[in-house]
Design a protein around this ligand. Structure first.
Ligand code: ZN
Length: 352
């Protein structure tokens, strides 16, 4: 089918989005993000795991393919929950793998490209070079205590896993997760074995949702950079395992591996209510730990946008965050590091 016939057919069946990608400009020249390569360490593009990511109205999500094109987001985590099955939702191994097969199909159709090695990440997104997807599993429950499944998942293209899920899912035997009663004083022996295997395979080890003790265990095992893909700094020394934020101590453990914490747009009380407070927090983390250890991990994608900092409803507002970062005295180089440079550096070290 030639392009004209395709466009006519697509509009007839309501798939306007399929070609709107080809007509939208990338980041405007007057944006602080102009010319930058944006990289997102965590998001849940559920549309990518359905038979066709253009099915239905994906523009309602805080991140979709069109928006990725618009801001030159060259790569993002594409996460799917991998919890144990039997929790009332079908998140076990077979179900999760079946969703990644849909994502493989969608990549084959040219909607996005799967990043298996850092060299696969595009320099810029364009109609001929779609955004890159790091296949990411959120929760190691689907491994069902079998480390050899990591090899299978690596073969499928998975390159990032946070072994510990959040408290909404059944606890695994891999280690202690925030918001649940601790059972292992950190990672279990099996969990440590999983971390070692992930590192040997060349996966990104993600400490998201790990308790402070579990995070410390993981950082001690790993000889390569570790990330927390979706959190925010608590800006205190106090560890609080019931809360989804990282203390200075925890960020320092991650930084010692050469890694980073990726921060999200979620509102947390009055102290984290606006884009300006998000930007201030990035500045404080730079001053305390170094700008090379903080990056972007937007996490959730589903509306309504309850619980997000004011001024943020999608990744298009990252340009506004960048402006707030400038207002806080951060430089264009700092913005570049936060918005993608640091995650790209870590991907470059790990995905060889
Ligand atoms: Zn999470």
């Amino acid at each position: 089918m030639d392009r004209r016939t395709f466009l006519r057919a697509a509009s007839l069946v309501g798939l306007e989005l399929a070609f709107s990608l080809h007509s939208r400009p990338v980041q405007a020249n007057d944006s602080p993000l102009a010319g930058m390569r944006i990289a997102n360490a965590c998001t849940f593009p559920c549309w990518a795991f359905w038979p066709d990511p253009n099915y239905g109205d994906t523009s309602q999500y805080t991140m979709d393919l069109e928006k990725m094109h618009q801001i030159n987001m060259v790569v993002s985590s594409f996460a799917h929950v991998g919890a144990l099955s039997g929790c009332g939702e079908c998140f076990g191994y077979d179900y999760t793998v079946s969703k990644f097969y849909y994502a493989l199909d969608n990549a084959a159709k040219g909607h996005f490209q799967i990043i298996r090695r850092a060299a696969d990440i595009p320099d810029n997104v364009s109609p001929d070079s779609p955004p890159g997807a790091i296949f990411h599993i959120h929760g190691g429950g689907l491994l069902e205590n079998n480390p050899s499944r990591l090899d299978d998942l690596y073969g499928l293209g998975i390159r990032q896993i946070n072994l510990l899920d959040n408290q909404n899912y059944p606890p695994t035997d891999l280690g202690d997760c925030q918001g649940q009663a601790p059972r292992f004083s950190g990672m279990s022996d099996l969990g440590k074995q999983m971390v070692e295997r992930m590192e040997a395979l060349g996966m990104i080890v993600d400490v998201a949702h790990a308790t402070s003790a579990a995070l410390t265990d993981i950082c001690e095992i790993c000889t390569s950079p570790v990330i927390d893909s979706h959190t925010s700094p608590s800006l205190t020394d106090q560890v609080n395992d019931s809360y989804r934020q990282r203390s200075w101590y925890e960020i320092e453990q991650v930084a010692k591996t050469g890694g980073m914490i990726a921060t999200w747009p979620f509102r947390m009380g009055d102290h984290r209510a606006t884009l300006a407070s998000w930007a201030r927090e990035i500045k404080e983390t730079k001053d305390r730990i170094g700008i090379e250890h903080i990056g972007l991990g937007t996490d959730g994608v589903v509306p309504p946008y309850i619980g997000l900092v004011s001024g943020y409803s999608s990744i298009l507002n990252l340009a506004d965050l960048a402006q707030e970062m400038l207002n806080q005295g951060l430089s264009i180089e700092d913005i570049k590091a936060f918005m993608g440079g640091n995650y790209l550096r870590i991907l470059g070290e790990r995905l060889v």
